[in-house]
Write a protein that binds this ligand. Structure first.
Ligand SMILES: Cc1ncc(COP(=O)(O)O)c(C=O)c1O
Length: 400
């Protein structure tokens, strides 16, 4: 056979040329390397609720150690359906509308693989959670970006322009990805905004894929509205959620989709061949978690509000302009007051010299220039961790 020589690129998919590994997760590695306080990746450094850890231990002791039903253990699906009804007034059939996945990460890619054809377009609000662009590309779709604009006043809201969203939609558009409460901006989409998006979804015959994993982390009296609860969206929404953020168990890898039976049957097929199923004992513990009383969710939100209000003044004092989050557990900041050539150089300085890890803003935008003056901090940490970070960040002040 003729020797064609080594052509390294020949062995790779063209798709992987269009994205990099996650910058957020790389910043965690950098934090470990430099002994930095990790305010980069969104995982708590405090314990998960004792009840749910016990439920996981009990499940393993009771030999819940084999594959669960691929689309999810029955107790967990029943609990998810109960919660959707109780919190959002959405009736869900646990037998035909829920697919439990390995985290909402897998829920999102299984959904996109299930609904997208080659050449479809997927609309994504930016700044966005890093995974959405690569997920769309891996599904054969083209991501199309619509801007969320930062508030001009410190207490204002991130907004988007209806005309820009409309202009992004046309006959190749398959889906709009929503994330509310939003990472990285902390924006909580209002009912009026969601109704406008609903009207456009109906007009352009588009599905909404909504990542609601920060559903219970809300501040300042804001309310979470699931777009699936709006008239006309029952059969054109995939709602994604999971245990990671609500129950402080990001390493358990349990998430899920809720969708119409038709879309669910497509998601289940993809999910089955991607991962077979999520960890069985942790699904069992998930059912216990979803049964926690209402006071748990109140305390969760109150705890995060206190952490937000602890870190924000410290960031402001160090020289950051903060955009006040209304939900989720991140603070997006403007770094214009620092004399650095962009967010990457600044974040490098932060992690290496100041020894606080944050995420450069460019990793949340399609065009890195759009995030060159922004850096994101996560505050899902113990008070001591936030205080240590604040102390270190004071070194950024002029004359320190
Ligand atoms: C918006 C958003 N979606 C999904 C995830 C990942 O969730 P999971 O741990 O359920 O895969 C994150 C994690 O930071 C996130 O911020």
């Amino acid at each position: 056979m003729a020797d064609v020589g080594v052509q390294p690129k020949h062995f790779l998919s063209n798709k992987v040329e269009h994205f990099t590994e996650s910058v957020i997760r790389e910043m965690t590695r950098q934090a470990t390397l430099h002994g930095a306080v990790n305010l980069a990746q969104g995982f708590p450094d405090f314990p998960a609720p004792a009840e749910i850890k016990r439920a996981a231990q009990d499940a393993i002791a009771a030999d819940v150690n084999q594959y669960a039903i691929t689309w999810g253990e029955k107790n967990l699906r029943n609990a998810i359906a109960r919660q959707m009804q109780a919190w959002q007034g959405i009736p869900v059939d646990p037998e035909t509308q829920i697919t439990v996945c390995c985290g909402s990460t897998e829920a999102m890619i299984s959904t996109l693989l299930a609904v997208c054809n080659l050449g479809d377009e997927v609309v994504i609000f930016e700044p966005f959670y890093e995974n959405y662009g690569p997920d769309a590309i891996l599904s054969g779709a083209k991501p199309v970006f619509v801007k969320l604009r930062p508030p001009s006043a410190p207490d204002g809201e991130w907004t988007f322009d209806e005309r820009e969203l409309r202009a992004a939609l046309h006959r190749h558009t398959k889906a709009i990805i929503l994330n509310t409460p939003n990472n990285p901006t902390g924006k909580v989409f209002t009912r009026a905004e969601l109704e406008m998006i609903r009207d456009l979804c109906v007009e352009f015959n588009v599905i909404a894929i909504t990542d609601e994993i920060y559903e219970h982390i809300l501040y300042d009296g804001t309310q979470h509205v699931s777009i699936a609860s709006l008239d006309g969206m029952e059969d054109r929404t995939v709602t994604i959620n999971g245990l990671s953020k609500t129950y402080s168990v990001t390493g358990w890898r349990v998430g899920w989709t809720v969708a119409s039976p038709l879309v669910t049957s497509a998601i289940r097929k993809v999910h089955d061949f991607l991962t077979v199923g999520a960890p069985a004992p942790l699904q069992e513990a998930g059912a216990a978690a979803l049964g926690l009383p209402a006071s748990y969710y109140q305390n969760l939100a109150n705890g995060y509000r206190a952490r937000r209000d602890r870190l924000m003044p410290a960031l402001a004092e160090a020289g950051f302009r903060c955009f006040r989050p209304r939900g989720a557990y991140y603070i997006m900041t403007d770094i214009s007051s620092f004399e650095f050539a962009g967010d990457i150089a600044f974040s490098r300085h932060l992690v290496k010299d100041i020894r606080v890890a944050a995420v450069p803003g460019s990793s949340f935008y399609n065009n890195p220039r759009d995030g060159a003056r922004q850096v994101r901090f996560a505050f899902c940490k113990r008070d001591e961790t936030l205080d240590e970070a604040a102390l270190r960040l004071m070194k950024l002040r002029p004359g320190s």
